[in-house]
Design a protein around this ligand. Sequence first.
Ligand SMILES: O=P(O)(O)OC[C@H]1O[C@@H](O)[C@H](O)[C@@H](O)[C@@H]1O
Length: 315
Amino acid sequence: MGHSAGIWDQKSEFEVVKDWNGISQVVLRSPRGASARVSLHGGQVISWRNDRGEELLFTSSKAIFKPPKAMRGGIPICFPQFGNCGSLEQHGFARNKMWSIDNDPPPLHPSDSDGKVFVDLLLSPAEEDLKCWPHCFEFRLRVSLGMNGDLAMISRIRNIDAKPFNFSFAYHTYLSVSDISEVRIEGLETLDYLDNLCQRERFTEQGDAITFESEVDRIYLGSPNIIAVIDHEKKRTFVIKKEGLPDVVVWNPWEKKSKSMTDLGDEEYKQMLCVDGAAIERQITLKPGEEWTGRLELSVVPSSYCSDDLDHFRS
Ligand SMILES: O=P(O)(O)OC[C@H]1O[C@@H](O)[C@H](O)[C@@H](O)[C@@H]1O
């Protein structure tokens, strides 16, 4: 990706560079060399690398980096609507909008800042947004990297309107995997899910862990706040911790759908898996003056970890 020379924000310890469309991207670097890149287009995390420089998020080789459409990969934010269940464009407008850097955000808990490099972004509705979704809100997003390279995202959505509103939400996380057939998800077994491939009919998960052999497009309901995505071939496990996000979307388009998508290579479904912390089935309702917070934390551990070891993260 092309970038011009960056501006270093001394106070917050991040660098701002321009992409080839002239849109600002914020680069975060942890002391040990992990990094993350966030575009002001969509507030989308477009890269997350560990301290060896390995990319942990998937980006399509055919991704289109041209606003207003969100590019295929990274972590687009779905707000105020997930999917096409509503009057808005698919996955809502937040991922297609220009966000700004928020230099003076309301304080968070000190543990959200201590030992972390971070940036705060802000999305406020433009007049055209108010025409299709007539609710005044402030959406604050903090993206941070911990000392060990963990990626955290905190979304704070405040109703600054005179009437209540509802919304759904997802961090649409494209994980980079070695081979989808070698991956399994732990933490969703026995849960109910809505199957987007069957008009959102409700089913109950039967298997031990979720594995992949065809297209999957599901919303798991009421999931635990920690789940694991185990990549046998890469010998690594993504640990996904979340708060305020009861649902988990699991999506892989598989072969046929990939071929119909212009911004995804025919075989690339093998290298991606979307596992999203989300709030979909029961929409979030905010009364005037109320604020909602949704947190996601992604970390990577060696795959020698087993389910019992993950209890360590649950504390
Ligand atoms: O192409 P989009 O709008 O980014 O959506 C990608 C996919 O996102 C998933 O979360 C949905 O469940 C799928 O149905 C959808 O195809």
